[in-house]
Every structure is written in structure tokens, then in C-alpha cells.
Design a protein around this ligand. Sequence first.
Ligand SMILES: O=C(O)C(=O)C[C@]1(C(=O)O)C=C[C@@H](O)C=C1
Length: 370
Amino acid sequence: MSLNLDSLRKQIDSLDHKLITLLNERAQVSLDIGAAKRQAVDPQEEDNTHVYIPGREKQVFEKVTRLNPGPLANENLCAIYREIMSASIALQKDVMVAYLGPVGSFSHDASMKRFGDSVQYASQGTIADVFEAVERGSCQYGVVPFENSIAGSVVPTLDKFIKSKVKIRAETYLPVHHYLLSKTTTESIRRIYSHPVALAQCQTFLNANLKGIELVPCASTSEAAQLASKEKHAAAICNRVCADIYGLDILHADIEDMQDNTTRFFIISDAWDAPTASDKTLLMFTVDHRLPGALCDGLKVFKDHSINLTKIDSRPSLLKPWHYVFFVECAGVHGDSEAMSTVIEDLGKFCLDVKIVGTYPDQRPQDLRY
Ligand SMILES: O=C(O)C(=O)C[C@]1(C(=O)O)C=C[C@@H](O)C=C1
């Protein structure tokens, strides 16, 4: 069969015509959804309607990948749908997302992957600033790193959850590959900038190739790139995109200790989403030291309710020395469910100050397409 370029392009033109009509029909329905969401808000009150519905987005991504007959790869279809829903969010409301900046950080990457190109982003200097932007209401959503598969928990995030009233609304996983970027050669490097969690992920490479070189911790990997771009003998460990953004050369690629290095981020806000088919809940509590075995009895509550725990962590309470706050993530239960109310009631018999930090659709680490 001979292929005629002109006639094939005419087919594309005609399909684009149909696509534009359909995309606008979808956008109109989205505007109506926005109006329906606002109907529930008292006109005298400030409009804090949530247009970002992570549970519904998960359903849409699962549906489109299920329906996809190809040849378009699911990954590409999801990228298209990410932008369709990003535009949909922006049509319903001006949305501002806070992230740990500057541009080029892994938090920026995770935010873009979650919210797409059509919303607005506000770079913040520290993780605490991301929390505070959400608390003040200058940003409706914030994206914070929670844990890394090599370096473990991100302590500033856990510590902010202890004091803050923000809620977790969604989780997302990002594969993390580190690059050594500089304006100089590896042999001339005298100082390496990076975020402490990133430095912890590249110990094997650093010990083998740059032992004894000064390591300077900074607020983010992109700030590291910014600093390295201003010094002759400095380098940064950061995201590949920082090479273009900050005018640095790639000296070494993929220098993380494990190639499947992944960071889990939380999307924080003032409210969580309604239950979906599969949710997780992060709880926080302290224990009463006067009761021997209080933590053990508390944890047994989850066993008694057949709840699987996917993460346990503890941090100093910051109120009294040797007093700890425990974080426990429960799989398969939503924070508003009756099951969770019973768990909290039972936990209250052994533990103090039990609080839900957030409840969010279960996003498996392998669901990297969305
Ligand atoms: O279903 C909704 O609540 C919508 O606002 C629509 C829509 C979409 O475009 O499909 C847009 C944004 C939400 O995050 C989820 C879904």
C-alpha cells in the first residue's frame, strides 16, 4: 500500500478537529463540576473549595489505561491526561502549589508530575516554609518529601507534622537519580553541595571517588546546583535538569547507592479527600510512660482490627525530654471510616493525643505513571 503524506495529514487535521471539540466538551463539564463543588459552600464564607480530587484522578488514570487499545503507550496517555486534568483544575479555580525550591529540585519534579503545567507554583526556601504557605492559605496545596528508599524518613517533614494543622491529601512516588554537576572537572572539585538526604543516598559513590572532599549540606538539591554554579571548584549532587537550568556540566550520572532509589512525597492541604476503594491513613500519638507496655498494647490494637501497618516512625515530642511521638501508617482504612473511629477509641486506652495526620488514596510505588 502506498502512503500519501498529504492525505495522512488531512486525516490528522480532521481528527484534531474532533479532539478539540471533545476536549472542550470535557472542559465544559469540568466547569460545571467546579460550579457544583462551589454550591456546597456558604456564600458568606471564604471559598475553600477543593478542586484537586486525588481519588477521582486515580480512577481516571486507571480507567484510561484500562481502555487504551494502543499503539499509544500507557505512559504517554497518562502524560496527556495529566495535562487534561491540570487544565481542568485551572478552569475550576486558580490553584497555587508550594514546593521546596528553587526550580529543578526533586520536590519541583514531584509537584509537576502531580499537578501538571496549568496550575501555578510557588518556590519555598525550606520544608517548613512549604507547610507555612499552606497554613497561611497563600498556597492551597504543598508538596513535601516524606521518606526515601535509601535514606529513610525526612525528619523536617515529620517534625512539622507534630506542630502543624495541615492534613495529608495525597501521596506520590518519584524515582530519584542523582547527578554530580559542576563547572570544573572531578579532579579539581574542592567542595560538594547537596541536601543531607541526597548526600546520604550517594555514600558509596562519594567514598569511592571523592573521599575527604568537603560536603556542604544545603536546603535543597537545586539550591546546591545554584551555589555550585557560582563557584569555580564546587560541585552539586542534584537532579539532571539542574545542568541546563544552572549551566553546569554532567560529571557523573546515576550516582545513587541503589538504582531503584525512590522518594515518597505527600501533598498537604487543609483537608483530606473522601474515601476511595483503597486508602491509607497516617496516625500520630504519644504514649504514657507510667503504663508499662503502652506502646506494645497500642500496636496490638491494629493487629486486633486486622490492620496492616506500612510505616512506623518516632520523633522526640519537642515538649519534654525522652518523650516521643509515634507515627503509624495504616493500610486499607480511611480516616472518616467507622473502623478508624473504633481504632482511635481503642488506641486512646493506651496512647495519648491520638491524631489523624492525613488519609489518602493508596498510590503504590509502582504506579509511577501518575
Ligand atoms: O471529578 C472532579 O472532581 C473534577 O474536578 C474533574 C477532574 C477531571 O478533569 O477529570 C479534574 C480535577 C480533579 O482533580 C479530578 C478530576
